[in-house]
Structure formats: structure tokens, C-alpha cells
Design a protein around this ligand. Sequence first.
Ligand code: FAD
Length: 292
Amino acid sequence: MLRQALLAVSKSERAERVISTSRLTADVVRRYVADDVGAVIGELTRKGLLVTVDHLGEEVTEQAQAEAAVAEYLRLLGLLPAGADVSVKLTALGLRLSEGLALDHAAAICRAAAARDVTVTLDAEEHDTISGLHSVHTALRGDHPDVGVVVQAYLPEALERCESLAGARVRLCKGAYTAPGAYTRPADIDRSFVRCLRILMAGTAYPMVATHDPRMVRIASTLAVLEGRDVTGYEHQMLYGVRPDEQLRLAGQGARMRVYVPYGSDWYAYLMRRLAERPRNLAFFLRSLLSR
Ligand code: FAD
């Protein structure tokens, strides 16, 4: 119930105006969103962590906004070390305006990224964008075979999707939105996550295991061993600000550990999804409001 309510608030322009313009939310934002992205990338890299960087913004309604997002990604690429990744939301690149526009914009980012030895991963968003996401991903793979895509395990079609992504870089996550027909019980989502993991680890995809759930992390590492993958054959991914000690522990064990680093002023919807994932975060958020 609380999760649904927060996800609804994440789409409310009125709530966004109130919360975004409040200076009181700064502490919570800083926990999840990089203030100085160059400095954060430098710090994480020095600690042996890999990064995927997301310029915050989504659901743009004008072409000029989509073009500005592309320009920002091109600038960002100049800050990134080889081996980094950028995470891109197609609705920030104009998917709601036209699939062709989003494809052209994503292709421009892929070309610039390839020149810097950086990969691109397409985030998965609301359920009505998923078919556009996969058709753009398929089109991009022709020229950019290493472009990655996200699969949300809460979607019943996730397993089939994983089976169809042989040879691709695939980030598996539980899913941060709501969708008709999606699994909602944690046990069902976890079961789907593990089924997808089995397919990805046994096949030719490069699995990117995006979860903070200790059980899922353990299962992923075990399946990788069972399928004869060494530490370069898959990676763990976690969000900036979530379980940072576990990120360092995994990297310290020699695992490939990539941190998803969001930055930029358009943080509202992203932050609300993080609050929806964990009620305890909401208490932290409210405490920081009250303590001012
Ligand atoms: P949960 O069962 O939700 O959490 C397990 C444990 O992790 C919790 O008990 C808690 O200890 C910790 N935890 C989880 N979330 C938080 C939090 N916000 N704050 C503090 N602790 C927390 N979703 C999409 O729909 N599309 C995407 O493209 C996408 N990309 C992602 C990329 C990465 C790298 C990651 C890590 C997640 C991404 N997600 C995406 C979000 C994902 O779908 C989940 O909503 C989110 O990761 C929480 O699920 P979980 O697997 O960590 O497990």
C-alpha cells in the first residue's frame, strides 16, 4: 500500500513542486544522488568499484529536452574512465515523442561511448515503454553489440525475455515501478529473479545482477560458479548510497562490482522510487524534515 502510494506521488507534479523546492530534503537527496559526479566517480574508482552513471531525467515531452539530455551524456562521457558504463532512460531521449527519435539519440550516445571505451545500458521504465525499449535495444545491437538492457523480474514475461537475449549484456533487477499483471508478492518476484538468473548464467548473455538483496547476491555468485563463469563472466550492481559496505566487500573479494551513480537536478522521481523500496527510508526522510 505504502509502496503504491509513494509510486503515485513520484508521478505527481504538485508533490514534486513542494518536495523539490524544499531545501529540507537535501540530506536525503545527497544520500542517493551524486552532488559532484566527477568527484564521486573518482572516489568509487579509487576504491576498486566500477560505475554506471545516470543523468537524471525522464518522461520528456519536448524534443529540445531530449536533445539537451543527449548533449549532457556527451559531456559526461568526457569525465568517465575506460570501462565505465552510462545508464540511459529512453523516455529522457524522447521515447514518448517517437521511437525513432529515441533510437537516433541513443545511437549518438552509443557512438560517442564506443570511442571512449565506455558501454551503454538502457534502463527499463514504466510497463508501456518496455516494448519500445526492446525494439530500440535490438536495433542498436546491430552496430553496438555491447549495448545493455534491463529486464525487470516482476514482469511475468521476464523469463522469456532473458531467453531471447542470448549474447547480450543484461541487467536483471526486481523492478521499481508498477505494472498490470506484474508479480507483487516479494516471494514471487524473488522466484522470478532466480529463474531469470539461471537462464542468464547458463547461457551466453553477460549477466549484470542488480540487487542489494543478500540472498539474491549469494544465489548469483553460486550459480556463476556452477556454470563455470569466473569473476569476469558477470557483475554485481548496486545503487549509489545503498549498502556501500557490501559493495566494498564484494569488490574486495575480487568480484566485479558496479555502482549506479545518478546525478543532476531532476532527482524527484528517482528519489521517490528509492523511498518506495524501503519504508525505513521514509522514516529517515521524515526525520530529516522534522530535524530542521
Ligand atoms: P529488495 O528486496 O527491495 O531489497 C533488499 C535489501 O536491500 C533491503 O532489505 C535493504 O537492505 C536493501 N535496499 C533495497 N533498496 C534499498 C533502498 N532504496 N535504500 C536502502 N536499502 C535498500 N529498476 C527498474 O525498474 N528499472 C531499472 O532500469 C533499474 N535499474 C537498476 C539498476 C541498479 C544497478 C539497481 C541496483 C537497481 C535498479 N533498479 C531498476 C531498481 C530495482 O528494480 C529495485 O527496485 C531495487 O534494486 C530494490 O530491489 P532489491 O533487488 O535491492 O531488493
